[in-house]
Design a protein around this ligand. Structure first.
Ligand code: BDP
Length: 607
């Protein structure tokens, strides 16, 4: 799936800004055709952003169901003869889109883009009414899943099995764009190198042509110098003296695909390409043939007031803090992030574990949060409906992110039940699907603390072992001595069971900024630093450990509950991005490690 862009043959108009906004409290908007006329409302809402924290109104914040966005859009008059499309980078969790009175798109899955060809419904030079209804409901058929209950007096209530707050709305940009009749529809690149020679294998699909068109491809280096060309919809580009995309030292070529009819240019699309390889060998994780050690965080798209809304300035700030703290990687916990984030990581050499929104596939967790533990893999729980949405989530993620050099692992779920009967039957086809869609990247899932190596059933289906562990917090709270022993014992069991690389994808305690203790008391800033230092001692002793991603980069908003005070406080930065003392300790360690295990010297094959 190609991101819309402006090129010699395409134009792009951004539709972010203020929209009329109305909450569908009585669920009558569809029935009454709210899209057919200007929305009857005094509210306006900024796009992109979550709407929840923008209005000082509990009813809006807690609303379960539809909200409506609307604005007028004028189609540029020069677009006569072009195909005209609308694209929403996301609508969380379900979006329906009308152009005037016509429903043009409907999409479920809150973190993925979707588009509609609206050529037949608009006129260049004229304006149309764009209306979007967005539903925030999570059900057993959605990814992530959730449950809706209706109270005796008719109020809809939403519960879900993940802690981050269920922010909703138009979180990412909205676009209007044109394409010619014959288009470059998709591009897939796979890169490699042998000594100084790099290769870019490419496959291009076109749409709308008669079959008589020709496809040509050219590759330019970062200075704009053409370094390779090829003809045909599939082929290989060869680069002499290739400059590799390296963690911390990004380098991007630009691949331009052109379709011609004779000498007439029909369409042109340019894709950034980083040449790099990824491989798991024994207990090592190799990028460009060199052992790589992940440092960084599980993160969230989460900011004050805008919630999960994408903001370029906030994004740059977060990446600058990653750089400051010496992190070389992050995981898109627990859903795919905005495409701008992936592109930024590509341009700045940050390594990404790219995760689907499959979080909360563990009904046994109910007991932990004071409810009842249920069986996970049964009808009405994680079942065929969930699996169908999960397949869609994987297909869309790989389609969107397959060409990003920063992405080195697909994480297909966070903390599913991996030890109950039915787990293998559920996950085996999904692991296989991911490999079929992308045979070049390692595939993993993130294992929950209950699924110790003696119990879990999934590790052999995946290339890397990714673990979330909370010894010293949810278990052995306040007792780092015992926690250290249990942690090391368990990691050695994983190493012995699979002999695969292990990444600790979550570890860290809740920490109240400003709370100090000389007794290493849980919640104190000193405890966070001591907790992380203990984990690091253990990681350094266990060979198979190839990475550490602290939970979390920053404090983040959660649903209500007795386990959280105004959100999850496991951040190394506060929600407004001020460092807790642990940030300085991490900075020291990670700067010294520089992407290597124990700070060992790295041999760079391609300086
Ligand atoms: C893990 C989840 C993560 C939570 C974290 C926590 O993967 O989303 O925020 O625990 O409890 O279970 O802080």
């Amino acid at each position: 799936m190609l991101k819309p862009q402006a090129s010699e043959s395409r134009e792009l108009v951004n539709l972010d800004g203020l929209y009329r906004f109305k909450v569908d409290f009585d669920r009558t908007g569809h029935r009454d055709g709210w899209f057919k006329a200007p929305l009857d409302t005094a509210l306006e809402m900024g796009v992109p952003a979550s709407y929840n924290d923008v209005f000082p109104d509990k009813a809006i914040r807690d609303h379960v169901g539809y909200v409506w966005y609307q604005r007028e859009v004028r189609v540029p008059r020069g677009w006569a003869g072009e195909r005209i499309h609308l694209r929403l980078d996301s609508a969380t969790h379900e979006g329906m889109v009308w152009v005037d009175d016509v429903l043009v798109a409907q999409h479920t899955g809150g973190y993925m883009p979707f588009s509609a060809d609206i050529t037949d419904h608009v006129t260049p030079g004229r304006a149309f009414r764009l209306t979007i209804s967005v539903n925030n409901e999570l059900t057993q058929a959605t990814i992530p899943p959730g449950t809706i209950t209706v109270t005796a007096d008719g109020r809809r209530q939403q519960s879900y099995l993940h802690d981050f707050y269920n922010y909703a709305g138009l979180h990412r940009s909205v676009w209007l764009y044109s394409t010619p009749a014959v288009t470059v529809d998709d591009i897939t690149v796979v890169t490699g190198f042998e000594g100084p020679t790099g290769t870019v294998d490419y496959a291009i699909t076109t749409a709308g042509g008669s079959g008589s068109e020709t496809v040509t491809v050219s590759l330019h280096d970062a200075d704009g110098v053409e370094v390779a060309t090829a003809d045909g919809a599939t082929g290989a580009l060869v680069i002499n003296d290739v400059v590799l995309w390296q963690p911390g030292a990004a380098y991007l070529y630009s691949l331009t695909a052109e379709i011609r009819n004779g000498t007439n240019l029909l369409d042109s699309y340019t894709l950034p390409v980083g040449v790099r390889t990824v491989e798991v060998r024994g207990k090592e994780f190799l990028i460009n043939g060199e052992p790589f050690y992940f440092t960084g965080f599980g993160m969230h798209e989460d900011h004050v007031a805008i919630g999960k809304g994408h903001s370029n300035a906030q994004m740059v700030n977060d990446f600058q803090l990653l750089d400051w703290v010496g992190a070389n990687s992050f995981r898109t916990s627990h859903y795919p992030y905005a495409e701008e984030v992936m592109e930024f990581a590509d341009r700045h050499g940050i390594v990404v574990i790219d995760e689907t929104a499959a979080v909360g596939l563990h009904l046994g967790f109910g007991a932990v949060f004071g409810g009842i533990a249920k069986k996970t893999y049964e009808d009405g729980g994680v079942d065929a409906k969930t699996a169908a949405s999960h397949r869609q989530a994987i297909e869309e993620l790989v389609a969107r992110d397959k060409n990003h050099p920063s992405v080195v692992i697909w994480s297909i779920a966070n903390e599913p039940n991996g030890s109950e009967e039915g787990a293998r039957e559920y996950f085996e086809p999904l692991a296989q699907l991911t490999r079929e869609l992308d045979p070049t990247r390692p595939v993993g899932y993130v294992n929950v603390m209950f699924d110790t190596p003696d119990k879990e059933l999934l590790g052999d289906l995946f290339d890397v072992i990714m673990l979330n562990r909370y010894y010293g917090w949810y278990l052995n709270n306040g007792d780092l001595e015992t926690a250290e022993q249990v942690l090391e014992k368990e990691l050695r069991e994983w190493e012995a069971k699979y002999g695969k690389p292990i990444i600790m994808t979550e570890y860290g305690p809740d920490t109240m900024p400003g709370f100090h203790s000389i007794y290493e008391q849980p919640w104190s800033e000193e405890y966070q630093a001591a907790f992380l230092a203990m984990y690091h001692r253990v990681f350094d002793r266990v060979d198979a450990m190839v990475g550490e991603q602290v939970w979390n980069f920053a404090d983040f908003q959660t649903s209500n509950g007795i386990m959280r005070v105004d959100g999850n406080k496991k951040g190394v930065f506060t929600r407004d991005r001020r460092p807790k003392p642990a940030a300085f300790a991490l900075r020291q360690r990670w700067t010294a490690l520089a992407g290597t295990k124990n700070g060992s010297t790295k041999t760079v094959s391609n300086p």
